[in-house]
Structures are given as structure tokens and as C-alpha cells.
Design a protein. Structure first.
Length: 606
């Protein structure tokens, strides 16, 4: 009887929550829209590369309000918003714009599990765009600037007995500010898309002891069969120890200890290498020991893989994976969704794009001027796909032409950023690189795209190399080119063309293609659809795609070492995706697509 009563209560609560929320607007949506449950939104553990056994998800329906910037004593009563979907998205249930003159307020209550008594409670935000101020029980406990990196607060000193009140205030000027925004704009059109304001990744809590692990940095060295693990900790003192155990399945293959603050070096016999063909991941347990007792433990994973470049027998600089030449080829992936904008409706949806990229025969994704949630990179690690990670572009402080990429190509203009803008760029780029350092899928960092906000290029490349000397740096993808970094990156639409070549660096085709095919019933808008070239049916666009691949093949022998096709999916008014924006149709002949792509990816195999 008790079990039946509990089920009835759960059904009543679920029905009540659904009554307070439904997807907003009449735009196209994915099939995953109907799988979004406001009682159980994105329930998967949000940071699988550093996982603890206990945690609590704070996603779900929150109160919200949109008010004039600087308003005091705000009554947060405009209605309900489904976190973590941006307020402009359909899945938020709101679908309203905010803009530079207003602020977005969130509010919800929560309770801390009784079993967490005596522990410190960390409150995590996966990402909030852009400036967030966080209040707990009417006390401001902290703030954060940056739309693409996670942040957290130790909320223990501000907790009270019983129910807690959490309030978040967000200001996001989008293209009226200097911060990185990627493809967001206040006036979406063509290659520029709907803005994203507020919380757009999972909000969650976890209990830790006063002494605990904060972050891991895993560095593989396949030439020495060595994995180095650096654990950042909080509250530790002399005598505290980090212990690392590395496993292949249930078998321990290496273990080591070091004083807290020191690196742990693990040496592997018969190491298994990670690659797109064999994405092997070692499981890892990292423990913090104090006085001989375990006070914290996190589960993680690591891979043995090496990304590098070398000059081949023909004098051409080639990218190498695990000391073998590999032509890297994949789509430009912008990570937009018609229902969730920056946020995939479900974890299954998020993984789908990666799985289809593999199905299409690619070995690479260029993550274009956006950063994804942590689980996206874990999916790439598990499925075996290489990633070039862009820094989201931005900064409007230097004039109205920053979005006009042709202006930059023709004029060669470099952004005149303010000191505040430069400092913000470095701060956000540092957070992004540090938080994504351990993902083996990431093989290259791209600080600039097509000169959008490009500044002090040599300095920024050196800065990037300092943050991560283990990966390649793609200086400026299609942008103003300087003799620095590891890669010269050209863009050309629609077909491939090698109009420049660098004898001393890797030369790649960072963007080409853009073949458009608008499909009725799968369009974001019925008119003003845009593509570099447009076709009428699947056969036409597939024929042209295969032709482009045939044109690319001789250029590989001439010097191209990688290529990126635009793009994975349609995005809003842009219809040059391999799939429709709603992911319901693969627009090219998939068998022919895979055959052509596989041939290109294997083109440097001996």
C-alpha cells in the first residue's frame, strides 16, 4: 500500500510539474524534445572525468524574472524556467530575449541531504553566460564572469537548518559587450544565431571533506610509457598523500603515490594506445590520504596517446597521432539545437551527433567557437574522435565590423581590444584549457577564427603553449596569418584550394564545403535560408560532395595535412549541414559519404 501511495504521489507531482512547463514557440524541434522530463532533467553525472559517488542534481523548474539592469528588491515571479536551458530556448519554457539593458534572475529552494552532515558542500555551475552573481539565503556568496567554463563555491558556511534559498542573477550583453560569444548575436541572420543568456549547463552539488581533490591533470607520454597525474587539492598539509591506481578493466596495471602537490608518475608495461580506431581508456582511481586514512576519492580515466607533427620524407609537415601520420578529417560542429540552443535536450541527443560523425567515416570534429559540457568530451573520448577546440570569438569594443569575416580577410584588420577585454580573454581561455586539459580527444587549440577579435597573435599563441605544451596550436583558423604556432589554417568555399603553404608548419584546410540543401518541414525559417551553394536534392548534393573530396585528394599529396567540412548540421537559417537542424534527416547519401570520408582519413596510411 505504501509503495502504491508513493507511486501515486510521484505521478501527481510529475503531472503538476508538466502543467507548469512545456516547450515554447512553434519552431522545429528534435525527437528528443518529448523525452525531456522537468522532474529529471539531464540526470547523468555532469563531470565523469572526475566523479564522486555522492551528488545532487539541481536542474529542473526554477522561478525566474527579467528586470531592468540594476533593479533592487526583485520579486522573482515571472513564472517557471527549466534549468539548464537558456531563457531564449524553447526548452526553457520561456523563449524570451534579455539583452544588455536587463538582467535575468533565477530562484529555487533545496535541502541538503542529512547524510551530508559534517561535510563541506560544493555548489557547481557547469556554465552560465555571462556574468553570474550567486546568493544563498540572501547572502551574496560569489560571482563569475565567463560563459564557457564551470565554477563552484563552498556553500557550507552559508547553509542554515532546513530549506535553503538559492538566487542567481545574470547579465549578458552578448555582442554589445567585449566577452567571448561565439556565433551569438542580438540580431540573428545568416551565419549568426540566437543569443544564449543565463544557465545553460547542469547545476549540482556534492559533499566533500575539508581536505579534498579539486582538479586532475593527466599527461600521457607514450614514448616513455608513462602517465603523469597532477591532482590539485584543497585543505591539504605536509604529510598528506595522493595515491593513483590505474586499471585495465578490473586489473591494476600501475599505481603510485606522491605528496599532495607533487605529480604521480605511473609507468605502464605493454601500454594500450588510444586512437579513433581503438579508443582505449584506462580507468583510474585517485585518492587523498591523510594520517593513513582515505579522506577523498574520485574516479577518472586516462588514455595513452600523443599528438605531434613532423616533416615527412617529402619535406611536408604532417600531423601525427601516436608517432604515425594521420590525415585528420571531420566536420565543423557548432553545437546548436533547435529546441535547446546551446544545450542538447538529452545526453542521448548530445552523443548522437558524435556517433553520426563516426558513422559518416570522419575521425575529427572541429568544435567551432563554442565549448561543450564535460560529458560531450567524455563521449568523444569513449567513441574515439579527435577534437580541435576553438576559443569562442568575441569583443565588440573595436567597432561594428567584427562580425563581417570578409571585411577582415580583405582589410587584414586586427582587433583593438581594451585592456579589460584582453584580460578577460586570457582569463576565460585559461579556465577553458585547464578544465579540458585531461580529455585525450582534444588534440589542438584554436585561439582565433577568421580574425574575429584577433589580437596580439604571437603573444596569445605563446600564452596558449604555456598553458598546454602537449597539444598543437592552430594559431588563427582562416584568419590573419602570422608565423607562429604549429598550423597554417586556410578557409575556402565551396571547394578546397591551397592558396598558401607553409614549409615550416602544418598546413590545413580549416573550412570548406558549405553545400546547402533546404528540406521543407525541417527548416528553422521558411525563407531567407542561407548556404554557400544550394542544391535541390540528395543526389545533387552528394555528387558535389564526392567531387569536392576528389578535388581534395591531390592537395593532400601537395601539402594539406587535415581538412574540415562545413558542417555537421544545419543551424537556424544556415542549411549547409550533413543533417537537418532537427537531426531527423541525413541529407547526403550516407553510404557514399562514408566511403569518400574513409578514403580521405586513410590517405596517409603507408
Amino acid at each position: 500500500m505504501k509503495k502504491l501511495s508513493f507511486l501515486l504521489l510521484a505521478l501527481m507531482l510529475s503531472s503538476s510539474m508538466m502543467g507548469q512547463w512545456k516547450p515554447a514557440g512553434d519552431k522545429i524541434k528534435t525527437d528528443w524534445t518529448d523525452k525531456v522530463d522537468p522532474n529529471n532533467v539531464l540526470p547523468e553525472y555532469p563531470r565523469p572525468i572526475m566523479e564522486r559517488s555522492e551528488w545532487q542534481n539541481l536542474n529542473g523548474l526554477w522561478n525566474y524574472a527579467i528586470r531592468e539592469r540594476g533593479a533592487a528588491d526583485v520579486n522573482i515571479n515571472d513564472g517557471k524556467i527549466l534549468v539548464p536551458f537558456a531563457v531564449e530556448s524553447s526548452l526553457s519554457g520561456v523563449q524570451k530575449t534579455v539583452g544588455k539593458d536587463k538582467e535575468l534572475w533565477y530562484e529555487r529552494n533545496f535541502t541538503v541531504p542529512a547524510s551530508w552532515a559534517g561535510k563541506n558542500v560544493l555548489l557547481h555551475f557547469g556554465a552560465v553566460d555571462w556574468k553570474a552573481e550567486v546568493y544563498l539565503n540572501d547572502i551574496k556568496i560569489g560571482s563569475h564572469k565567463g560563459g564557457y567554463a564551470g565554477f563552484c563555491f563552498n556553500i557550507t558556511p552559508y547553509l542554515k537548518s532546513g530549506e535553503q534559498k538559492l538566487v542567481v542573477k545574470v547579465w549578458d550583453p552578448t555582442t554589445d559587450g567585449y566577452q567571448p560569444v561565439g556565433k551569438q548575436t542580438a540580431n540573428p541572420e545568416g551565419i549568426w544565431y540566437t543569443p544564449v543568456t543565463g544557465i545553460w549547463q547542469t547545476v549540482w552539488m556534492e559533499p566533500v571533506n575539508e581536505k579534498h581533490i579539486c582538479q586532475l591533470a593527466n599527461t600521457p607520454n607514450i614514448d616513455e610509457s608513462k602517465l603523469t597525474v597532477s591532482a590539485k587539492t584543497d585543505g591539504t598539509k605536509a604529510g598528506d598523500i595522493i595515491q593513483v591506481v590505474l586499471k585495465d578493466g578490473n586489473t591494476v596495471v600501475a599505481e603510485g603515490k606522491a605528496a599532495a602537490g607533487q605529480e604521480v608518475s605511473l609507468f605502464l608495461k605493454n601500454q594500450k594506445l588510444w586512437s579513433p580506431d581503438s579508443p582505449f581508456l584506462y580507468q583510474m582511481e585517485v585518492s587523498l590520504l591523510s594520517g593513513g586514512q582515505q579522506v577523498d576519492q574520485v574516479k577518472s580515466y586516462a588514455a595513452m596517446r600523443k599528438i605531434s607533427s613532423h616533416r615527412d620524407q617529402d619535406g611536408i609537415w604532417r600531423m601525427q597521432l601516436n608517432n604515425q601520420d594521420l590525415f585528420q578529417f571531420g566536420p565543423l560542429d557548432q553545437g546548436y539545437w533547435p529546441d535547446g540552443l546551446y544545450t542538447a535536450p538529452t545526453d542521448e541527443a548530445m552523443a548522437y551527433d558524435i556517433k553520426k560523425t563516426k558513422d559518416f567515416g570522419f575521425n575529427l570534429i572541429r568544435k567551432h567557437v563554442k565549448v561543450e559540457p564535460a560529458r560531450w568530451y567524455t563521449h568523444c573520448d569513449q567513441l574515439g574522435i579527435l577534437v580541435w577546440q576553438d576559443m569562442p570569438s568575441g569583443d565588440n569594443s573595436h567597432g561594428p565590423d567584427w562580425q563581417n569575416h570578409q571585411y577582415y580577410v580583405e582589410k587584414g584588420r586586427i582587433a583593438n581590444r581594451s585592456a579589460e577585454s584582453e584580460a578577460n580573454y586570457k582569463h576565460e581561455w585559461t579556465e577553458i584549457i585547464n578544465q579540458h586539459y585531461s580529455y585525450p580527444c582534444i588534440v589542438a587549440w584554436t585561439p582565433f577564427n577568421e580574425a574575429w577579435g584577433q589580437f596580439k597573435t604571437e603573444e596569445i599563441v605563446a600564452f596558449t603553449k604555456t598553458l598546454d605544451p602537449t597539444r598543437l596550436v592552430n594559431t588563427a583558423s582562416g584568419g590573419n596569418h602570422f608565423k607562429t604556432g604549429d598550423i597554417l589554417d586556410l578557409h575556402n568555399y565551396p571547394g578546397p584550394r591551397m592558396f598558401m603553404y607553409d614549409y615550416d608548419r602544418v598546413t590545413v584546410l580549416g573550412e570548406f564545403g558549405g553545400l546547402g540543401l533546404p528540406l521543407k518541414g525541417h527548416l528553422w525559417q521558411t525563407d531567407r535560408n542561407w548556404g554557400y551553394v544550394q542544391f535541390k536534392n540528395t543526389k545533387e548534393v552528394t555528387d558535389r560532395y564526392v567531387q569536392l573530396i576528389e578535388e581534395l585528394k591531390p592537395m593532400i599529396k601537395q601539402g594539406f595535412s587535415a581538412a574540415v567540412y562545413t558542417q555537421t548540421t544545419d543551424v537556424e537559417g544556415e542549411v549547409n549541414g550533413l543533417m537537418t537542424y532537427d537531426r531527423k534527416v541525413v541529407k547526403l547519401d550516407e553510404a557514399r559519404l562514408k566511403k569518400a570520408n574513409t578514403e580521405i582519413c586513410n590517405s596517409l596510411n603507408k
